[in-house]
Design a protein around this ligand. Sequence first.
Ligand code: SAM
Length: 379
Amino acid sequence: MSPLPSDGVFRHAGGMQIRVVTIFPNFFDSCLGEGLLGKAAGKGLVRIEAVDLRAYTDDKHRTVDDEPFGGGAGMVMKVDVWDRAIAAARAALPGARVILLSPQGETLCEDVARRLAREKALVFCCGRYEGVDERVSAHLVDQELSIGDYVLTGGEAAALTAIDAIARKLPGVVGRSESVDTDTFTAGLKYPQYTRPATYKGWKAPAVLLGGDHRKIAQWRAEQAAKRTGERRPDLLGRVLAGRTRLALVDPPKALAALAQQAVTAYGLRELAVCVTDADQRAQWREKAQAPQRIYGPLANARRRWKDNRFVHLAAQAGPGQAAPGEIARQLVDETGEITLTWGLSPVPGGLVAAPVIEAQPSEIIGLFAWLARFFGRG
Ligand code: SAM
């Protein structure tokens, strides 16, 4: 039995308030009453109401659509009806963010869901037919939201998807908060999961998960998550790693992984953006790297080296009275928009001083190199 009362309104105080305006309010009955969403509503963590758009019509046929100006197929939802419905929603939920579901809107993703979960109240406006009069998005709503690059018959399924993703982020909705924090898309894809039996039809769960060593398990999970993100969704790495610096990778992944790992450990880095060079360029850089031009000195030297060679090796330590290499690297990056790391492990122990401007999580680095390994055909 659905906990949605017949008027489609959950009557729980507190929590996030959500109103969905739709010509099909019953659409939401069972789905919003089931599972975690139903429980969340039951606990008052979220209050969701489905309101009939036709309540805001002013003719006896309760008309919500009309023919498009200029002709063409299908019907368009009327601006005046939406205006009244949205005004009523804003009055009922002061300060609410009003969202029109539309395939042309901002695409829903984890970050967007997290952002929207911070709102006190949300109003979802569900289009139907050929869509909604443009003046609704231009003048009446705060944003348009899409759930992906495909066209649905109506905004209801999109609203439901968005509500589910958003409600999951509300404190208390998902029992243990870490199950949200380690979800896919928080930082790439989630690690693979197993449960009993340990062996099924000869298919074994990984031994490390059965061993009880939590440090090893955490490490295995981080590596697996990063590896599969690199293999399956390198685009996510790109998004996570998008940063100010372009790191030109000039060596096979293994050595660079060690190099990057060193940088990460040394500098507690967070983000990294990558430019993969072609084989010729890599060969050239490798050649140069065999006789690295160390720049201990002033920025001007580094700048000149960069201009002449597109390659600068910055040593780990500044010489007496010289600028910190990290500072030089930062300036170079600002000026050029890119920087090249030396090939392989630095000849100077701990000597990757481009690092302060390159930030990455260790797991992201691992994922990055899983992707690179595939890119270079070594995966
Ligand atoms: N003719 C419109 C177009 O080409 O952009 C599509 C209209 S669609 C058939 C009807 C309604 O479904 C839209 O107004 C919107 O509310 C909803 N809708 C369809 N696809 C959607 C998506 N990917 N994300 C969010 N809402 C969507």
